[in-house]
Every structure is written in C-alpha cells, then in structure tokens.
Write a protein that binds this ligand. Structure first.
Ligand SMILES: NC(=O)CC[C@H](N)C(=O)O
Length: 360
C-alpha cells in the first residue's frame, strides 16, 4: 500500500507501507548501523522516535526474538529503503519483519531515498515527521506536535516493580540498577561478571534504594531529554555520594547533571555502530555503538572534580567522565554494543573492579 513520510518542513517522500498501517508521528532520527535492525527497533532509548535505517536492505535475515533488547518494539515508526520479508525456514523461531511490526502495531515506510532523507536531517538537524497513508487525510503538523510535547518517556517504559536477577554462577557483588529503559544486553553484561542485580523503577527514591543491601549503583540508558528528569537528578546526587556508580548514555548524562554540568541537544545526534571514541588515558581509539541525541557540554565540566576520560574523534564531544575523588564514572556510548563492536566491553570489568576495590 502506498504511503507518505512528511517532514515538518513540508518535504514529502512517497513510499510503501508495511506492518500496522496507522498515522505515525515522531522525531525522525537516522542510524547508520549495517546490522542489528531488530536490536535497534527494541532499544528503549528510541521510544517515541521514527528511526531511519541508512543501510539499504532491512529485514533480510528475519527476526529472532532472542536478540530483542526489550519485550517490544520501542521505535514509533520505521523508515527504510528496501524492505525484505525473509524468514529462515530452517529455524522454527524465525519470522518476518512484517509480522514483527504487525505484532507490535508499528508502521514502516519503505522505498524511501534514505540517503537523501539523511542528508536533510544532517543539514537541518533532527526534525519531526509523519507517516501517513493518504495526503488528503493529513492533519496540521502543529497539532500533532502538541500531542506529544509533554511526554516524559522514561516513566512510560521503566519497570513498574522492583525485581531481582541473579548471575548463573556465584554472586560476587550486588548492584542496584535504575531502569530508565534498560537494554537487555546491559543486564546480561553485568550478570556475566557475577553481579547480582536489583532493578528499580526510574522514580524510586534514594531511601528505598538505600534500604537494600547493595554494593553499587548502575544508571541505565533511556529515551528523552535528561534535563527534564529533575527528581531523578536529585536522587542521582545522593547515589553518587554513597555508592560506586556507573552510568551509560542517559545514565552518563544524569551523572553529569548531578555534578552540575549542563547537557544540550545535538544537531542530529550519534546513532550507529562505528563511532570512534578516544580513551584519553591510554591514548587508544575504540570503535563504539551509539544512540544519543543529547550530550554533556564540555565547557560546563568542573575540571577540579571531574576528569574527561573519553572524547568522540569525529566531533570532539564528551564521551566519558569520571569523578576525581569518588568511585563514579560514565560513558555516553554503549559498551554492551548490541548491535556493534565489543571493543569497550572492558568497562563492565572496570565497574566490577571498582566494586571489589571498595570492599578492600
Ligand atoms: N541511549 C540513550 O540512553 C540516549 C540518552 C538520551 N535520551 C539521548 O538521546 O541523548
């Protein structure tokens, strides 16, 4: 079925619709990864956004639920060039991208010149867009924008209840995880290091977290603008005063805000699996997976108490910080990299070392 992607500036693309056909509005962002469409679709940090995948063929290795990063598709819409409905007939668990979209009530538009679209986003910055089946039914875009203005997505996708996860082998340490939309592979990466996890809803107060016997805290990735999370920033201030703390992506931004740095929205963000990041201590560059639209402003970092540990080689933005006097560190990128390179896996080992060191 024919459909349209209309950007806020009026640019209109014609394509074909897949999945559940419904009017879909959101911030249009692009991801340059060559693989991992399923992990991107289920990454909660994309909640509410329309993802443009620049790799020209999507769906070509089917869907396998075991790689999902959360229980359902979190992007609000999908834009691709060539849409493929492959099913691996030799694998009874394999099914098609179209079925995956249908099960999750998500719309996709294909046959879009994603290269052209990405150039527009790079030039103008991230832009709102609408996927629609008929131009005659197009509402005013302004009205749509208001529809979504006040959403704080973190609260929508965080766990509603506290739950525990145990590693397969011996538990070496126990960590409290604040779930802002955590990716499964982060939980798996912590568990794989013998870290037992108590996962808390995003709005859990410090006193509740502190009433559990934990050795450290992990602050997860998640969608939206970190500065909107005023109560959470206050909780993070208390957490970093009391516990060894590790934060990834949104968690990193919240640690920075708790330390009185500022964050700002980037023009078009970093989303892909080959972002080069320099580790300033060992002077090495790691290839990293990323998905963020906000960044910590370098000139707001108090260098008397915070060290900048990593920078992005492409645009020199801050990619990691650590506290000079407290066992607290964070990175803007995704060391658990699902999908993406495993170069930065060592950061989970660093966190475990920090937890063990505290004991010594
Ligand atoms: N992956 C994330 O945690 C993203 C963090 C934040 N929502 C951003 O876009 O910058």
């Amino acid at each position: 079925m024919k459909g349209y992607l209309i950007l806020e500036d009026g640019t209109t693309f014609e394509g074909k619709l897949h999945g559940e056909i419904k009017r879909t509005f959101g911030e249009v962002v692009f991801n340059t990864s060559m693989t991992g469409y399923q992990e991107i679709l289920t990454d909660p940090s994309y909640y509410g956004q329309i993802a443009v995948l620049t790799y020209p063929l999507i769906g070509n290795y089917g869907i396998d639920n075991s790689v999902n990063q959360s229980k359902s598709i979190k992007v609000r819409g999908l834009v691709v060039s060539e849409f493929n409905n492959y099913v691996d007939e030799s694998d009874s668990n394999s099914y098609s991208l179209n079925e995956f979209l249908l099960n999750n009530h998500i719309t996709c538009i294909s046959d879009i010149d994603t290269r052209h679209l990405t150039k527009i986003i790079r030039e103008k910055g991230v832009i709102n867009g609408l996927i629609i089946s008929s131009l005659s039914s197009m509402p005013t875009l302004i009205k749509d924008i208001k529809e979504y203005e006040n959403i704080k997505p973190v609260y929508k996708i965080s766990t509603k209840n506290i739950y525990k996860l145990k590693p397969k082998g011996q538990s070496l340490k126990r960590v409290g995880v604040l779930d802002f939309g955590i990716k499964k592979n982060i939980l798996d990466s912590l568990l794989a290091r013998g870290i037992e996890l108590i996962i808390f809803p995003a709005d859990t107060d410090f006193e509740t977290i502190n009433s559990y016997k934990i050795d450290g805290v992990f602050l997860s990735n998640g969608p939206g603008d970190p500065k909107e999370l005023i109560n959470i920033i206050e909780t993070v201030k208390k957490i970093i005063d009391h516990y060894p703390t590790f934060g990834i992506c949104l968690g990193h931004q919240l640690i920075a805000l708790a330390l009185e740095c500022n964050t700002k929205k980037m023009k078009f963000g970093h989303r892909g699996a080959n972002q080069p990041v320099k580790d300033i201590f060992n002077n090495r560059v790691y290839i990293t997976a990323q998905n963020h639209g906000y960044v910590v402003e370098e000139n707001t970092i108090d260098l008397d108490k915070i060290t900048i540990t990593h920078i992005n080689v492409n645009d020199n933005t801050v990619e990691g910080i650590s506290h000079k006097f407290k066992p607290v560190f964070s990175v803007q990128y995704h060391p658990e990299a699902s999908p993406g390179p495993k170069d930065s896996d060592y950061l989970f080992d660093s966190f475990l070392k920090l937890l063990l060191k505290k004991e010594a």
